[in-house]
Design a protein around this ligand. Structure first.
Ligand code: 3H9
Length: 722
């Protein structure tokens, strides 16, 4: 099958069949769209065809407009003539059209199907309009036709949440007319088209329908309510509101005028930086699986069918849950019966919670649990393809475990550690032979939910082992990012200045809750202090010590974390930290913090010189003060070759810390504000805080980008460490 965007034409049983083709997903490339419309015109003129069926090649209908076109800015606008062609040729053409859908009809693919006069699909099909996740909105009539076909409230919910629905629901809602087994799909679509021709079935025209729309006043009220909710839920995003403008215009003035409003809203959305950022994230997420020297050297991944997880604590049980859910067999090893029961109980609870939230059937949960076997010895370890050690963070303990593992496993078994802080070569330091099969598999807590897997390689880890671990990561539905071996690896290292910058502001007189509020307004799920309470302030103290040791020249050593530890305020788990927590673990500001803050400020000695400066900072200034040092550290990580490419770091920051995807990830954000602006501000803060000049000092990579005007995202082709 050719990889070119095109469409094929044939006539069968008096019906023209137009097959769109652009592997792998039949995305609507402009050439394909043009070719498809030419074929629709041909069918309208073809005397041997009474009706038209549009279908997709390769067992798929269509994943929507070709997203690559959005990266070429000149293609970002919507061509109105395409919308006219949907109306005039497909919806209202001389001959009726039927969509024959397999697997997926998303975005423009769903809109193409909606413009057809009927839709038939094979079981297992998903349909939806996910455009908002790309910072745009449906631009081929979806804002007008979907609410008219499925009802206004359902249409709004599908568009605003971007969540696709499965064929049974689509059938119930009328988005599909019929669902038939895949081998009969084309035959049934042809028959349906001929039924419309003969008048046995009405010819539906979605844009003209009003039967599923509520009364005018109710419709406006529903849209207004959606607008208020959307503005509250996503205050930094404009394109969902533009979408509602278009939908409202259609309700007020009819579908055809609605299409014009849609085109206008689309153009306004496509011009926003949030659109560029979200498209960047779409491609960056898919490219983490392409790693130089690993995926481009002709190696084939070995399947990971059976793993062993050492330790059934929070991390170990989460890793076991994610793996068992993906069909991987798991040996869960603990050191005694009591701990083992605890670990197995946690896996059961993880699965039960998914069943309760309707994310999993009871049957699937039982099947996953049956894949987990609890063990107390290494006896069965010769059967596993990979071990993930998830014991407590003690170097000696991990080193001893690795020595045991070498004896207990096959030589081709991957030996991985879930450490978040310890150098992986240190973990493997006592094992005989080379460290080719030793790798880090750093999950984020809770491991069965968080989407990121940091794969930590040392200079000695073999490319085959990295490739296998990438494959395992994808299999268990994580986004794997391969990173080099350094203190904090990629994510924790990039974020170490996050809480330190916040603490400088606190010691300069700002209230911690004001600082957290500025950071959540920026778009983070929580501010640095609330995050500290979640992670545990004992952990912050422990981890802070390793940053001090390895990155001492650029570390701010505030007194607050030690003071909180001394006071037994370790965060959520002790009921108090930066915040106080009620029985349901809800956080609220705590007046009892004041004496500790006063003591910290006294010890820091910053306040007198900097209180006036800090008091004047706006929420935007606070966010920049906290994130620019993070961008700076991210630049060091890129320059040192800790990541394969800058966009890997973007994905790592979005998927671990919840850095807003609509800002594109940490490096993309740096480019959005501009390296020169960042350097100027860092320099100014270094002068404001001379004792902390090292903390703010721009690194060479950032400086060079500022001086030459190159993008941080361009990378610097480092002598890669990975
Ligand atoms: C739209 O339609 C706008 C219109 O309303 C108006 C326009 C004016 N384009 O994700 P995968 C590639 S906007 C280009 O790994 P999966 C993808 O990059 C569009 N490429 O597979 C990857 O390439 P590579 C609205 C696309 O099975 C390969 O296909 N539609 C597109 O895990 C495999 O993808 C969407 O937002 C595309 N539209 O998931 C749907 N789609 O191998 C976006 C995929 O080189 N797509 N590719 O890395 C998806 O959500 C998932 O790809 C899908 C498959 C669920 C389809």
């Amino acid at each position: 099958m050719s990889k070119e965007p095109q469409s094929f034409y044939k006539v069968e049983d008096g019906v023209a069949i137009i097959t769109i083709s652009y592997p792998p997903m039949n995305a609507l490339h402009p050439t394909l769209i043009k070719d498809m419309f030419n074929n629709v015109r041909r069918a309208q003129e073809d005397a041997s065809a009474k009706a038209i069926v549009i279908t997709g090649a390769n067992g798929r209908f269509c994943a929507g407009f070709d997203i690559n076109q959005f990266q070429n800015k000149s293609g970002g606008g919507i061509d109105m003539s395409i919308n006219n062609a949907f109306v005039e040729l497909i919806e209202n053409g001389r001959k009726p059209t039927v969509a024959a859908i397999e697997r997926l009809a998303l975005g423009g693919g769903c809109e193409l199907a909606l413009a057809c006069n009927a839709r038939v699909a094979a079981p297992g099909t998903i349909m939806g309009l996910p455009e908002l996740t790309l910072g745009i909105l449906p631009g081929f009539g979806g804002t007008q036709r979907l609410p008219r076909v499925v009802g206004l409230e359902k249409g709004l919910s599908m568009i605003l949440t971007s969540k696709p629905i499965k064929d049974p629901e689509a059938l119930k809602l009328g988005l599909l007319d019929e669902v038939v087994p895949a081998p009969q799909l084309l035959a049934r679509a042809k028959a349906l088209a001929l039924e419309i021709v003969s008048g046995q079935r009405p010819r539906m025209n979605a844009l003209q329908r009003t039967d599923k729309l509520p009364a005018y006043a109710d419709a406006l009220q529903i849209i207004q309510f959606a607008r208020e909710q959307t503005a509250k839920r996503a205050p930094n995003l404009q394109h969902p509101l533009f979408t509602l403008d278009a939908i409202r215009a259609g309700i007020e003035h009819g579908g055809l005028k609605g299409l014009r409003a849609e085109a206008d809203a689309f153009a306004r959305s496509a011009a926003l930086s949030t659109h560029d950022a979200l498209v960047h994230v779409f491609f960056a997420q898919r490219s983490t699986k392409r790693v130089r020297g690993v995926t481009d050297v002709g190696l084939k991944p070995r399947p990971i069918k059976r793993i062993a997880v050492l330790g059934g604590g929070l991390m170990g049980s989460g890793i076991a849950t994610a793996s068992a859910l993906a069909g991987v067999e798991v040996l869960l090893k603990e050191i005694n019966e009591k701990f083992l029961e605890g670990g197995l109980g946690r896996i059961r609870a993880n699965l039960a919670s998914k069943v309760k939230r309707k994310q999993l059937s009871q049957q699937a949960a039982d099947a996953a649990m049956s894949r987990v076997k609890g063990v107390l010895t290494y006896d069965d370890f010769k059967s596993v393809d990979m071990v993930i050690e998830a014991a407590i963070e003690k170097v000696d303990l991990k080193q001893d475990i690795f020595v045991d593992l070498v004896k207990a496993t096959r030589p081709d078994c991957i030996l991985s550690t879930n450490t978040s802080t310890i150098n992986i070569e240190t973990v493997g330091a006592k094992i005989p032979g080379d460290l080719g099969r030793v790798i880090g598999a750093h999950f984020f807590s809770p491991a069965h939910i968080m989407p990121l897997l940091e794969i930590v390689r040392s200079d000695k880890t073999s490319a085959q082992v990295i490739l296998d671990t990438l494959e395992y990561g994808s299999k268990i539905k994580k986004t794997p990012v391969v990173v080099g071996n350094c203190t904090g690896f990629a994510v924790n290292r990039v974020f170490f200045p996050y809480s330190m910058a916040a603490t400088i502001l606190l010691d300069s007189g700002l209230d911690p809750y004001t600082i957290d509020a500025a950071i959540t307004a920026f778009g983070m799920p929580m501010g640095p202090f609330r995050l500290g309470d979640l992670v545990g302030l004992d952990v912050s103290l422990f981890v802070g010590a390793s940053y001090l040791q390895d990155y001492g020249g650029r570390v701010y050593r505030g007194a607050m974390v030690p003071l909180l530890n001394e006071a037994g305020r370790l965060g959520e788990k002790t009921g108090a930290g930066w915040y106080k927590f009620d029985k349901r673990r809800r956080a609220s500001p705590d007046a009892a913090l004041a004496p500790l803050v006063a003591e910290s400020r006294k010890r820091a000695g910053l306040q007198a010189a900097n209180a006036a400066f800090a008091a004047k900072l706006s929420p935007k200034d606070i966010a920049e003060f906290i994130f620019f040092p993070v961008v700076n550290e991210a630049c060091r990580v890129v320059a040192e070759g800790i990541v394969d490419k800058p966009s890997d770091l973007d994905i790592a920051t979005v998927m671990s810390m919840g850095f807003p995807a609509y800002r594109g990830g940490i490096i993309f954000y740096g480019d959005t504000v501009g390296a020169k602006y960042i350097v100027d501000r860092l320099d100014a803060w270094a002068k404001q805080y001379p004792a902390q000049a090292g903390f703010f000092k721009p690194c060479d990579y950032l400086l060079r980008a500022a001086q030459t005007g190159t993008k941080l995202e361009a990378g610097n082709k480092p002598a890669s460490k990975i």
